[in-house]
Design a binder for this molecule. Structure first.
Ligand code: PLP
Length: 418
């Protein structure tokens, strides 16, 4: 870090500023986590220099002996951890992994069936502003209005009607377990590929806190930096029969040289995720998310679908008369980082939204438990109710920020060496 400070103090200040932000507030973005110093060391290593187009043992560049080892170690670790037949470590991100999975099984104009973005799906699941909605005939399924759970009857009906090439299970803002067996049955009935986008929850699968999609899916895509706590990046697991198609769809179809520092960082994260400590962590992530949802409900904020089975909760704020955008801004002023989020059948526009999404991965990495979640729930409620720009509101937000500082001081992110 000394080299960075002397060469580029401006960027060094940004790095330190971000570290202070992480240490000084509560991070409740469901798709974020705090990677270990070991992962950060791999990502900040000289492996970043290496061109390694191709795959281990079959590269288009010389000098790949060392980086080959990192990729092979990562592949073996992922196979063992997830029980996967084939692993591709190279996607630059979850979105890149999804592009490759689509490319492996479909051509432009083909039909895909995935969860509606407005109901919790991801942009890459057929949104009109994304390649997935522009290049494919994207059909969307929803959650039921009464239960706010995936409407499996609708999935089956749409699959029968549209005969999609690929059915996608997995979401960005869905707090409940997904019935992978039901999706498999539907995919088999219509001859579709079942792709599970496990970006959000693969870390919980690694930690054995929730059931795995791997036995059911033809292909499982994910980003590596969410609950899994790896570096920014993506990965793909697949059945052996799809190995060639998946590998070709990453390189040469969709990417050039892999980011070997990130591949090494993913390998480190997979080692960490294979430990009993990570299983304890994953179980606590789920317990904490449930405790946080319960605490918010006690404060008059409704948990969509009545709660959570995972690392996140989607919260309907309409009972408080506050929008998601207002809540995000107010929480931010109180040093609580979370995001506004549309709730199913949301009457508001996405930039306003009626809800927020809260996640427990980062605070659980910091060692927080259920009692801390109860306090966080109260602090969120106080912040969200406080109106900035009024004397009382500003005073309340300052008080909440100070309570947040006390809480995070007891569970520091990236603790300073003693
Ligand atoms: N798929 C899902 C379900 C996601 O939630 C996300 C990101 O949040 C992605 C894919 C894209 O991942 P990335 O941001 O790594 O490209």
């Amino acid at each position: 870090f000394g080299a960075l400070q002397s060469t580029d103090p401006e960027i060094a200040d940004v790095v330190l500023g971000e570290l202070s932000r992480l240490r000084g507030g509560l991070q409740l973005i469901a798709s974020e986590n705090l990677t270990s110093p070991a992962v950060l060391a791999a990502v900040g290593s000289t492996l970043s220099n290496k061109y390694a187009e191709g795959y281990p043992g079959r590269r288009y560049y010389g000098g790949c002996a060392e980086v080959d080892k990192a990729e092979l170690i990562g592949i073996e670790r992922a196979k063992a951890l997830f029980g996967a037949e084939h692993v591709n470590m190279q996607p630059h991100s979850g979105a890149s992994a999804n592009i490759a999975a689509y490319a492996a099984f479909a051509k432009p104009g083909d039909t895909i069936l995935a969860m509606d973005l407005k109901q919790g799906g991801h942009l890459t699941h057929g949104s009109r502003v994304n390649f997935s909605g522009k290049w494919f005939n994207a059909i969307s399924y929803s959650v039921r209005k009464d239960t706010e759970l995936i409407d499996y009857d609708q999935v089956r009906d749409l699959a029968r009607e549209h005969r999609p090439k690929i059915i996608i299970a997995g979401a960005t803002a869905y707090a409940r377990l997904i019935d992978f067996a039901a999706f498999r049955e539907i995919a088999d009935e219509v001859g579709a590929i079942l792709m599970v986008d496990a970006a959000h929850f693969i870390g919980l699968v690694a930690g054995k806190a929730i059931p795995s999609p791997v036995p059911y899916a033809d292909v499982v895509t994910f980003s590596t930096h969410k609950v899994l706590r790896g570096p920014r990046g993506g990965m793909i697991l697949s059945k052996a029969e799809h190995a060639k198609a998946i590998d070709k769809a990453i390189f040469p179809f969709n990417q050039g040289g892999p980011l070997m520092h990130s591949v090494a960082g993913k390998a480190v994260a997979l080692k960490e995720a294979s430990t009993p400590e990570f299983e304890t962590y994953a179980a606590q992530v789920v317990t904490n998310a449930a405790a946080l949802a319960e605490s918010l409900e006690a404060e008059g904020m409704r948990a969509v679908s009545g709660g959570t089975d995972t690392h996140l909760a989607l919260i309907d704020l309409r009972g408080l008369g506050v929008t998601g955008a207002q809540a995000e801004e107010r929480a931010d002023l109180a040093k609580i980082t979370l995001n506004k989020n549309a709730i199913p059948y949301d009457p508001e526009k996405p930039m306003t939204a009626s809800g927020i999404r809260v996640g427990s991965p980062s605070v659980t990495t910091q060692g927080m438990i259920e009692s801390d979640m109860a306090r966080i729930g109260t602090l969120i409620a106080r912040a969200v109710r406080a109106e900035p720009g009024t004397t009382a509101g500003d005073a309340e937000l300052a008080e909440v920020a100070s309570a947040v500082e006390t809480l995070v001081a007891a569970h520091p992110a990236y603790p300073r060496p003693a």
